[in-house]
Design a protein around this ligand. Structure first.
Ligand code: NDP
Length: 456
């Protein structure tokens, strides 16, 4: 047995402690990254104790070190001719099972820690989809709010001018994330094409007229609800008739709401970073269309919904105090803490499904587990988006387009298969630990590929 980086590992607990101490020392101050690794290591380390080959080849140590992190300057001009400088990033985490794949986030909070947490998580998520995709994540601390279309265009072009050196259809295929939707992907794809003069599927989430896949826009939100439906069906229940609370009102939240309505559930709350709205009558039909127009076209605040439909708006609050059966955190990381978890459980929540990436803190996740709340971790629940991105890559390579029905069927089937993988590794007597199941199932495929490659 070869030497290990972190001293003695007589028990999983002791190894975990030493492993995390080493990781924190090597990645100082990267709190979100530490949190994401700890959440996975809590499941994977005990599993590794009965699969020593992963220890001997330092697979977990390797999986927590990105292949490379690229950081660059993005210089652009606003409408008044003033020059601005932002940081641009691409973290290429792991390409053991396919080209690097993962979204780009434009938000002032973006830093290396956040992108490393997202890239790390992406390894497991992409593995769970069953498709051949490695993991990466990128973005910028650029704030797209209050920028004109032309400013967004100039920023996207400047960002892609540098990023284009590091990506390629078989090498690294970015997509959207917070602050990066169809408009931004289009500007970036246009710039890539201009620089390289070739039309290839180097980004996903593209417009339908230039290589995008039908259902990609809907996929993350729909997939989260399909996964939830799988979990409920497993206990002979369903989404129908359930009171649902969703945080966020962006891409994931909107399509989660749409699918919940289609399946007969009732969405009573949505939010944005300024607060939440509560509509006991349900947010569906033209009310949901109002939200989509507000957020996707007019780029307004959610309080406008409260004014228009005469319902409550709760400024600077999260929606977790609203009594519900199903809770869908679909906004951002660490938006659901221990106190929120206590309120949700106190109010009788039965299931929490993470549409966003790492929205629940570790303390909240532990609390849900202690109280036997069905918990769908992000890497399983929100994998539908990247899965359809993978299918967009397939369609681009084949130079054909599948119909909405075909893609939606494939999405359902992939979410069903992720559910089955969670059962395989997470079934615990009568109950299922979905977090453990997703972490181990995601780990095994990547780890086995890395073992096969030898020491690289
Ligand atoms: P959008 O930019 O479309 O929407 C983000 C939503 O979250 C907005 O309502 C925004 O409010 C809110 N939000 C953002 N930051 C905060 C914050 N700090 N506090 C409270 N609310 C906040 O992003 P997406 O819907 O695409 O992404 C949401 C989450 O889902 C992210 O965690 C993302 O990583 C994850 N995800 C997205 C996928 C996709 O396909 N889009 C795929 C897999 C995961 P406001 O408008 O006020 O900023």
């Amino acid at each position: 047995m070869s030497a290990h980086l972190y001293g003695d590992y007589t028990t999983p607990e002791r190894f975990l402690e030493c492993f995390m101490a080493g990781l924190i020392k090597r990645n100082p101050g990267e709190l979100e990254f530490h949190q994401a690794v700890k959440e996975v290591a809590e499941s994977v380390v005990p599993f590794m104790f009965s699969h020593k080959e992963y220890f001997d080849e330092l697979i977990l140590e390797r999986m927590t070190e990105p292949d490379r992190s690229i950081i660059f300057r993005v210089c652009w001009e606003d409408d008044k001719g003033k020059v601005h400088v932002n940081k641009g990033y691409r973290v290429q985490f792991n390409n053991a099972i396919g080209p690097y794949k993962g979204g780009l986030r434009f938000h002032p909070s973006v830093n290396l820690s956040i992108l490393k947490f997202l890239g790390f998580e992406q390894q497991f998520k992409n593995s769970l989809t069953t498709l051949p995709m490695g993991a990466g994540k990128g973005g910028s601390d650029f704030n797209p709010k209050d920028k004109s279309d032309r400013e967004i265009m100039r920023f996207c072009q400047a960002y892609m001018t540098e990023l284009s050196k590091y990506i390629g259809e078989d090498m690294d295929v970015p997509a959207g994330d917070i602050g990066v939707g169809a408009r931004e992907i289009s500007y970036m794809f246009g710039q890539y094409k201009r620089i390289n003069d070739n039309f290839v599927g180097v980004l996903t989430g593209k417009g339908i007229s230039f290589g995008g896949s039908l259902i990609r826009t809907e996929a993350t939100g729909y997939g989260t609800v399909y996964f939830t439906q799988n979990m409920l069906n497993h206990i002979d229940d369903s989404v129908a008739g359930k009171r649902c609370v969703i945080s966020g009102s962006g891409n994931v939240a909107q399509y989660a709401a749409k699918k919940i309505n289609e399946l007969g559930g009732k969405v009573i709350a949505l939010s944005d970073s300024s607060g939440y709205i509560l509509d006991e009558e349900g947010i569906d039909g033209e009310k949901l269309e109002f939200i989509m127009d507000l957020k996707n076209n007019r780029r307004g605040r959610i309080s406008e919904y409260a004014q228009k439909f005469n319902v409550g708006f709760y400024a600077n609050q999260r929606p977790w105090q609203v009594k519900c059966d199903l809770a869908f955190p679909c906004a951002t990381q660490n938006e659901l803490g221990l106190e929120d978890a206590k309120i949700l459980v106190g109010n009788g929540v039965m299931l929490v499904a993470e549409g966003a990436n790492m929205p629940s803190t570790i303390e909240a996740v532990h609390y849900f587990k202690e109280h036997n709340i069905l918990f769908a971790p992000a890497k399983a629940a929100n994998a539908g988006g990247v899965a359809i991105s993978g299918l967009e890559m397939t369609q681009n390579s084949m130079r054909l387009s599948w119909t909405s029905e075909e893609v939606d069927e494939k999405l359902k089937s992939i979410m069903g298969s992720i559910h089955a993988q969670c059962l395989e590794y997470g079934q615990n007597g009568e109950t299922v630990d979905y977090l453990k199941g997703a972490n181990i199932a995601g780990f095994v495929k990547v780890a086995d590929a890395m073992l096969a490659y030898g020491v690289v």
